[in-house]
Design a protein around this ligand. Structure first.
Ligand SMILES: C=Cc1c2[nH]c(c1C)Cc1[nH]c(c(CCC(=O)O)c1C)Cc1[nH]c(c(C)c1CCC(=O)O)Cc1[nH]c(c(C)c1C=C)C2
Length: 481
């Protein structure tokens, strides 16, 4: 019987176990999933309170997108029977339509339609169309890679790069666009310049690949209702919990919590030796879904050059302070606001959770729930070494930001502050070269190893699920041949 180990019980590891067992259905195989933490889901962590409130401490929703990755998450939720627990944000909802940035001491609404492009809207000094019309005529450059900031500055000017793009990428990578790679973070936009000499020309004349729409009642519901975001009753943690309980029903899957892997090595006869729980076990294949730095530590004894490459992928720590206030305190209804890097504030943005997901609120009265995000690529500069931060300091910074940026002066009745240490991989300039080097090393040595997870080829939950599904389908086919 083939023995396969999956290291890591976050969304990538759980969905890998789910799809691998499906793919290996007719082949006798044992799948052992090993998670170091006390619960499955990795950073998908929701706190649930008796009054009905749900706080999210990490990712809080899936993005509703009409792409293969967007559909993959919906199909997984449907297959494990979660459709009745879905909470969605529909396209006409303020949390879908309105996004703000906080700049120059005010909340600035970002364009909501083409008409806004010809108006001068703060914080920009000219209408957005004025930054865009010259773009098709700007000289293009053949590039291997570049920072998002330099790329956007070259194509649209520094104001767009500084306000719009720095804020947007703080919201995705909690990262610094002066370091993040255009090639790895915005590949289609990078390709437009390389192939068409301009982004606008590429957007107009570029070939569009058609996404096949899966036949599924949930996908149909998502498309007809137009969800921009979705989550679950009980919070996003409901997703990993439900996948884990499905996996527990399968006698060929073993799930381990609180179990740290200590060492991973490969033998000449193409087996993997994995040390965990104080013992060494031999597996036919190992699937790593843990952060790159953790995989580097496991492999450093036998394969130091691969470990060195893995350690070149930085991971940013993000502080999330959840606040809950009595009554309806929000001055505006929206998803939230982001703060561009040029502003002196120590917060990256604030999410108006009670607006986006009212279903996660108190059952008996109106309250306001906010998540204040901080740190990211600036964590050490703003709060010191990540192992020494103070929760009181994070809370103080969060309360000051809610006062200054949203005018909420009341005292919250519930506060939780948490830091996801080294939680978000940073796809900095050169990231694709590091990934190529890691993957080609593993391939050239014919390691019985598959590398998945958010550190390499897409950080969104949708990307992680799709990547696990596609990779496990091929691995299953390979193992049954
Ligand atoms: C907890 C902090 C996180 C920050 N970024 C992420 C987390 C978990 C990861 C992330 N955030 C978004 C994406 C893109 C999703 C996709 O393309 O499918 C990823 C991988 C986008 C996003 N960021 C925030 C929200 C509500 C969303 C989804 C909606 C949307 O696409 O606009 C909020 C947010 N996240 C972070 C900050 C600083 C922040 C802003 C207040 C960091």
């Amino acid at each position: 019987m083939a023995r396969i180990a999956i290291i890591g019980g976050g969304i990538s590891g759980l969905s890998a176990a789910y799809y691998l067992s499906k793919s290996l259905k007719s082949t006798p195989a044992k799948i052992v999933l090993i998670e170091a933490g006390k619960q499955f889901g990795g950073w998908m962590e929701s706190s649930r309170f008796d009054d009905g409130t749900v706080f999210e401490h990490g990712p809080r929703s899936l993005r509703g997108v009409k792409s293969e990755a967007g559909y993959a998450s919906l199909l997984l939720a449907e297959e494990i029977g979660l459709e009745s627990k879905i909470l969605s944000v529909k396209k006409e909802h303020p949390a879908s339509k309105y996004r703000y940035i906080y700049a120059k001491d005010q909340l600035c609404l970002m364009p909501t339609g083409p008409g806004d492009l010809i108006k001068k809207i703060p914080p920009f000094t000219r209408p957005l169309a004025a930054f865009g019309w010259k773009e098709p005529f700007r000289k293009s450059v053949k590039l291997h890679d570049e920072s998002i900031h330099d790329f956007i500055t070259r194509r649209f000017g520094e104001e767009i790069a500084t306000y719009a793009f720095s804020a947007m990428f703080r919201g995705i990578y909690a990262g610094d666009t002066r370091k993040l790679s255009i090639k790895s973070c915005l590949r289609p936009v990078f390709d437009m310049e390389q192939q068409h000499g301009s982004i606008i020309r590429g957007a107009i004349f570029g070939k569009r690949t058609k996404t096949e729409i899966p036949k599924s009642p949930l996908v149909e519901r998502f498309r007809s209702e137009g969800w921009s975001l979705w989550s679950f009753q009980g919070g996003l943690q409901t997703f990993p919990e439900t996948i884990a309980s499905k996996l527990k029903e399968d006698p060929n899957i073993e799930l381990h919590l609180n179990t740290v892997c200590a060492d991973l090595g490969f033998t000449v006869d193409n087996k993997a030796n994995l040390k965990y729980n104080g013992k060494e076990e031999v597996f036919d294949h190992v699937i790593s879904t843990i952060p790159s730095g953790d995989l580097a530590s496991l492999m450093s004894k036998q394969h130091s050059s691969m470990a060195t490459d893995l350690n070149r992928i930085p991971l940013a720590s993000v502080g999330v302070v959840n606040l809950q206030f009595e009554g309806d305190r929000l001055p505006i209804q929206a998803l939230g606001h982001l703060v561009p890097f040029c502003e002196p504030d120590r917060v990256l943005g604030i999410l108006y959770d009670s607006c986006s997901f009212p279903g996660h609120g108190t059952l008996d009265r109106p309250t306001t729930r906010l998540s204040v995000m901080m740190g990211g690529a600036w964590f050490e500069d703003h709060f010191g070494p990540v192992d020494q931060y103070s929760d009181d300091e994070l809370t103080e910074v969060a309360l000051k930001a809610t006062r200054d940026q949203l005018g909420i002066k009341e005292k919250p009745f519930r506060v939780i502050s948490k830091v996801a240490k080294r939680g978000i991989p940073q796809y900095n300039v050169g990231h694709s070269d590091i990934v190529d080097s890691v993957f080609s090393y593993a391939e050239s040595k014919k390691f019985p190893l598959t590398i998945l997870g958010a550190c390499y080829k897409g950080i969104s939950l949708n990307d992680c699920i799709l990547n696990s599904r596609n990779t496990m389908k091929s691995l299953g086919e390979q193992m049954t041949q």
